[in-house]
Ligand binder design. Structure first.
Ligand SMILES: Cc1cc2nc3c(=O)[nH]c(=O)nc-3n(C[C@H](O)[C@H](O)[C@H](O)COP(=O)(O)O)c2cc1C
Length: 325
């Protein structure tokens, strides 16, 4: 009998499959269905820092961006801190699996004090989704990174629930960021977030949104950093995100060192039954290998465990170029 329970951020999960932060978790009925199908936890759609700032009547500082301000004003009418807190309470009352709240932020401003409301509403953990697209040529990477550390420092003074940072891929040294977040009491990291990307329509000559869903090949970059981080910063929990589309991908992420995976695009595409199918693949594989629990194989193929760790480090195709003349 295989046991697929796992621990993430100190929370006990009945399975390592978490439904990622997105509109997927905005309906109570859907969250109930995800629980029924075996999901270990859900991460609620992010509450955006701008929404919170509006609530405290501070949006004027964004007034340089008229369009953004107008959009936000309309948005916050129906989406503000109070309704977010209400949603946490409702989801908590409807399911027994852990409910992780999510805040999207671009700085360490007054919104941090609202994190305590999220905790009081009953969220089991807080996922912090930080992203600042650098458009200032004078700002150094160290200055940008400092914002993450300030957020972590301040949040740890406000909430006692576990905190995970959901990171993007664009750091010069992601491993240092993860280590520094661990020193600032982050219990986990989600590697990685996927952001809106622009495309250009050459017929209409307009900027259009690129595909919003990931594809299975995106998993490779996730695996590299999960594999390295699990060995080099072993105490921080890792949730693998981006490119986890099937049961095999889930198994690979755990072998690399993740204690859970987050799935979004694959659920949008295949519906809730896909959860059960992914978990069945996991159980059958564990049976075939004789693994009784997730800990039996978690991190078994991380950077420190494999015979040739340089396979995780290799970034140039040097050796392979010669085969493609
Ligand atoms: C429609 C949609 C909405 C999303 N909304 C959020 C969000 O509110 N907060 C967040 O942190 N990530 C959000 N994401 C990103 C997902 O949580 C996830 O990190 C990303 O899609 C990569 O995972 P995947 O490969 O399983 O899709 C969203 C993704 C999609 C497709």
């Amino acid at each position: 009998m295989t046991n697929i329970t796992t621990t993430y951020l100190g929370l006990s999960l009945k399975s390592p499959l978490i439904i990622s932060s997105s509109g997927l978790n905005s309906s109570i009925d859907r969250v109930k269905k995800y629980e029924q199908m075996g999901a270990g936890a859900v991460v609620l759609k992010s509450l955006f820092e701008e929404q919170i700032m509006h609530e405290i009547d501070n949006l004027t500082q964004y007034s340089d961006y008229t369009e953004a301000t107008d959009y936000l004003k309309a948005y916050v009418t129906s989406n503000n801190v109070s309704s977010y807190v209400e949603m946490i309470k409702q989801v908590k009352a409807s399911v027994t699996i852990p409910v992780i709240a999510s805040i999207n932020c671009v700085g360490a401003s007054q919104w941090i004090s609202f994190a305590s409301q999220i905790q009081e509403a009953g969220a089991d953990a807080l996922e912090v989704n930080v992203f600042m697209l650098p458009t200032d040529t004078q700002r150094t990477p160290a200055e940008m990174e400092e914002i993450y550390f300030t957020i972590a420092n301040k949040l740890s003074q406000v909430v006692t629930i576990p905190i995970a940072f959901k990171l993007g891929t664009h750091f010069t040294n992601p491993l240092r960021i993860i280590e520094q977040l661990w020193h600032r009491k982050a219990k986990g990291v989600v590697l990685f977030n996927r952001f809106f990307e622009p495309d250009i329509d050459i017929n209409t000559m307009k900027i259009t949104p690129a595909a919003i869903f990931s594809n299975p090949a995106d998993l490779r970059n996730t695996l590299r950093w999960v594999g390295m981080a699990n060995h080099l910063i072993p105490k921080i929990d890792i949730s693998a995100s981006t490119g986890v589309h099937d049961g095999e991908a889930l198994i690979k992420a755990i072998l690399a060192g993740a204690s859970s995976v987050q799935v979004c695009s694959a659920i949008y595409k295949n519906g809730p039954a896909h959860i059960e199918s992914m978990l069945n693949t996991l159980s059958s594989w564990m049976n075939s290998k004789g693994y009784k629990s997730i800990n039996d194989f978690k991190g078994l193929m991380n950077y420190g465990q494999i015979e040739n760790p340089s396979l995780y480090e290799r970034s140039q195709f040097m050796k392979y170029y010669s085969n493609y003349e």
